[in-house]
Design a protein around this ligand. Structure first.
Ligand SMILES: C[S@@+](CC[C@H](N)C(=O)[O-])C[C@H]1O[C@@H](n2cnc3c(N)ncnc32)[C@H](O)[C@@H]1O
Length: 286
């Protein structure tokens, strides 16, 4: 339902009370679960609906640290973006972008250089339309609907070709996303296809769920929950994730639990093992 101001309000007994907000695209199905909106819910955002929140609460019952882990994912992005922007990178291709709110790539990049180019890629149509709605006043950013495991399609997408110049360095960022590419889709081979089009000075920034460490069993429980709503997510070991960086030099401190990656203060890295996501940044080898 749309009110006089054009803002969108969801009504009906099946829905919880919905916040009124004015940046929801028209014609999106709020009754269908979306992993992008789940992340928004866990991050405390307002771009989510009853099915997303219901699943989010089930996840939080299994992993009460869920919100904290996703906040750490955003904090990791901010630190990695500082490195990338300081290195002069001004083009970002973000794979599995979800809904880009709460200090995501374009906000961080444009805070430093409004001319920086950012393309978001997601295979979830509501997430893409939501993203393009949020970006409607940003000529240097756009969202593409594509399967990130199909590199040729992504690279040929008009939003990508119109905004990204592969003759110049590009940072490929994939935050909490590459674990949705299953082994049978050859995630390492796909990343190599992206790598082959990158110019020297390009980067790969990944955060990825892991089954390493004491939290391994917990992660498997979370994985089973996900299987009820989407295809098989694949948390991986450090070794498997290292393999994705073939052709890149992994910068210090390597592939580590998110809070342990270049913490702003040493105490920020305390209890890093509770965050069962690794983060790593690689620079394209010369
Ligand atoms: C968990 S969210 C992470 C969103 C964002 N990167 C972040 O860190 O907040 C993962 C996103 O990846 C998307 N995704 C999963 N598989 C994908 C695929 N094969 N191609 C493109 N996007 C995909 C989902 O739709 C979802 O929006």
């Amino acid at each position: 339902m749309t009110d006089r101001t054009g803002a969108h309000r969801v009504t009906g007994a099946a829905h919880e009370a919905e916040p009124l907000f004015d940046d929801l695209p028209p014609n999106i199905d709020t009754d269908v679960f979306s992993v992008a909106r789940l992340y928004d819910f866990l991050l405390g955002g307002k771009h989510n609906f009853a099915p997303d929140r219901e699943f989010g609460r089930r996840l939080l019952a299994i992993e009460p640290n869920g919100r904290m882990i996703l906040q750490q994912n955003r904090l990791w992005l901010a630190r990695a973006m500082r490195v990338l922007l300081a290195a002069g990178v001004r083009q970002f291709l973000d794979l599995g972008s979800g809904i880009p709110t709460q200090h995501y790539v374009h906000e961080l990049a444009h805070a430093v250089d409004p001319g920086a180019k950012v393309v978001y890629v997601d295979n979830d149509p509501p997430a893409v339309s939501h993203s393009n709605y949020i970006l409607r006043d940003s000529p240097n950013a756009g969202a593409a609907h594509a399967d990130m495991a199909e590199s040729e399609r992504v690279l040929a997408h008009p939003t990508v070709t119109s905004l990204i110049d592969f003759g110049q360095p590009v940072a490929i960022t994939a935050l909490a996303a590459w674990h949705f590419v299953e082994d049978k889709q050859d995630p390492k081979g796909v990343l190599a296809e992206y790598r082959r089009v990158l110019a020297p000075g390009s980067y790969l920034a990944l955060t990825h769920a892991t089954i390493d460490g004491a939290t391994g069993d917990l992660v498997r429980d979370v994985q089973s929950q996900y299987q009820s709503v989407m295809k098989n997510p694949s948390p991986r070991t450090r070794e498997q994730i290292a393999d994705f960086f073939e052709g890149f030099d992994i910068l210090d401190p390597g592939i580590v639990n998110l809070p342990a990656w270049r913490p702003d203060k040493p105490q920020d890295a305390e209890n890093a093992q509770d965050v069962w996501f690794y983060g790593a940044l690689g620079r394209l080898a010369a």
